[in-house]
Write a protein that binds this ligand. Structure first.
Ligand SMILES: Cc1ncc(COP(=O)(O)O)c(C=O)c1O
Length: 396
């Protein structure tokens, strides 16, 4: 007997998927094969920042798809240089390394922090301090950086060199610094950890601690970056810049793209042969990255995000007042919003799907709203009405 015939699903059981498959998407809407219509307030976990089938992205994909997909980094890739130049012009950074995913951007950031100190004559500085409940990806280094048992269990021993302190506990942070510390790493808004924004003062204080001790500051803006916070990057609200930043998700608008950005002296320590990737920054990915920036850098784009954020937050706060026994908090930055509930939210999210609204979880009791940045007031009215209906049906 074919042993495999007993296996009901050939995929490794890493995900607990909702019982729905989407067939196509247009703007802020997804459709199933039966024509069911869903308002997408999850954006594939903050990825489809410009919604589905954005005409400029579709056009770019078709044009580049017919021209050239991949050449490898053995050769010049003008579109890669163009995107790097535009990112550098728009940020603190002086140079960029392109990847295919968030975790690779983070891996590059971690390696860069170590390589920088090593190139400065301090190879003993290799440890990175991060914050409890952080999420930086699923490689061995990034699960070690998070330290969360849910991520690390069964995968030991963990790579050495990562220390965690409670989120924004500045005393604990200062106390954890040793002569071996290379960098401080944080998400300006913790995503998987429950949509917890650091304040501008927090970020400034952490920057000061890093400077005092000669440490690098790494921001993981994989989820909160690329316009989601209402500016190109969340840290811009605080006016505090990192030395290294990991970016992904929204930067490709749905095409897998990631990037590690750095200040000149830091990024230059990744010398020839010290790091690399086969796919990262290939012409097809770079065409889409540039196309996303074309739209985001248009006049008024971030103002639009800030405007709809205000409307959505006001509506959610009204719902909190209406359902105080169910909703304990509404928080976030820009269109990265957490609605904390007194009940487990996975069943709520399943119910929302039945009402035609796509939401994402964060932790056990938080509903995460990550709508595409192109939503308008009409989408918000529709989402709030569906949420109202959803909450009215929940017994607390
Ligand atoms: C803050 C943060 N860092 C890193 C990652 C990992 O990115 P990827 O899943 O593309 O590897 C994620 C993904 O959710 C994230 O939210």
């Amino acid at each position: 007997m074919n042993k495999k015939s007993n296996i009901p699903n050939p995929l490794m059981p890493t995900y607990s998927r909702f019982d729905i498959a989407f067939d196509r998407g247009v703007g802020a809407y997804l459709f199933d094969a039966e024509g069911g219509k869903y308002l997408d307030f999850a954006s594939g976990i903050a990825v489809t920042a410009l919604g589905h089938s954005h005409p400029h992205l579709v056009e770019t994909l078709k044009e580049q798809g017919e021209k050239l997909w991949h050449t490898s980094n053995l050769f010049q890739i003008p579109l890669q240089e163009k995107l790097a130049e535009r990112l550098v012009a728009a940020t603190f950074a002086d140079n960029v390394f392109f990847t295919n995913s968030g975790v690779e951007a983070m891996e590059c950031a971690i390696k860069l922090a170590r390589k920088y100190h090593s190139s400065q004559g301090h190879p003993e500085k290799y440890r990175i301090i991060s914050f409890k409940n952080a999420f930086h990806g699923r490689s061995l280094a990034t699960i070690a950086a998070s330290g969360k048992e849910k991520l690390t269990k069964g995968f030991g021993p963990m790579p050495d060199g990562f220390d965690q302190v409670p989120f924004i506990d500045l005393e604990a942070l200062a106390a954890a610094i040793t002569p071996e510390t290379a960098a401080i790493l944080l998400e300006p808004v913790q995503g998987e950890g429950g949509i917890l924004p650091a304040t501008g003062e927090d970020l400034q204080a952490i920057r000061n601690i890093a400077d005092e001790h000669g440490l690098l500051l790494i921001f993981d803006e994989i989820q909160c970056g690329m316009g989601r916070a209402g500016k190109l990057f969340a840290h811009e609200w605080a006016g505090v810049t990192p030395d290294i930043m990991a970016v992904a998700k929204g930067i490709g608008g749905g095409f897998p793209v990631g990037a590690c950005l750095a200040r000149a002296s830091v990024g230059e320590s990744l010398t020839f042969g010290s790091h690399g990737t086969t796919y990262g920054g290939n012409p097809l990915a770079m065409a889409l990255g540039n196309a996303v920036l074309d739209i985001m850098l248009e006049d008024g784009f971030f103002e639009h995000v800030q405007g709809v954020t205000k409307t959505l937050m006001a509506g959610l706060r009204s719902l909190q007042q209406k359902y105080p026994a169910l909703i304990t908090d509404v928080r976030g930055l820009g269109l990265m919003i957490g609605v904390e509930c007194t009940v487990k939210t996975r069943p709520l999210i399943a119910k929302a799907l039945e009402l035609g609204l796509v939401l994402a979880p964060s932790g056990e009791n938080i509903i995460r709203l990550l709508p595409p940045l192109i939503i308008d007031e009409g989408h918000i009215t529709e989402a709030l009405a569906k949420l109202d209906q959803l909450f009215s049906e929940i017994k607390t």
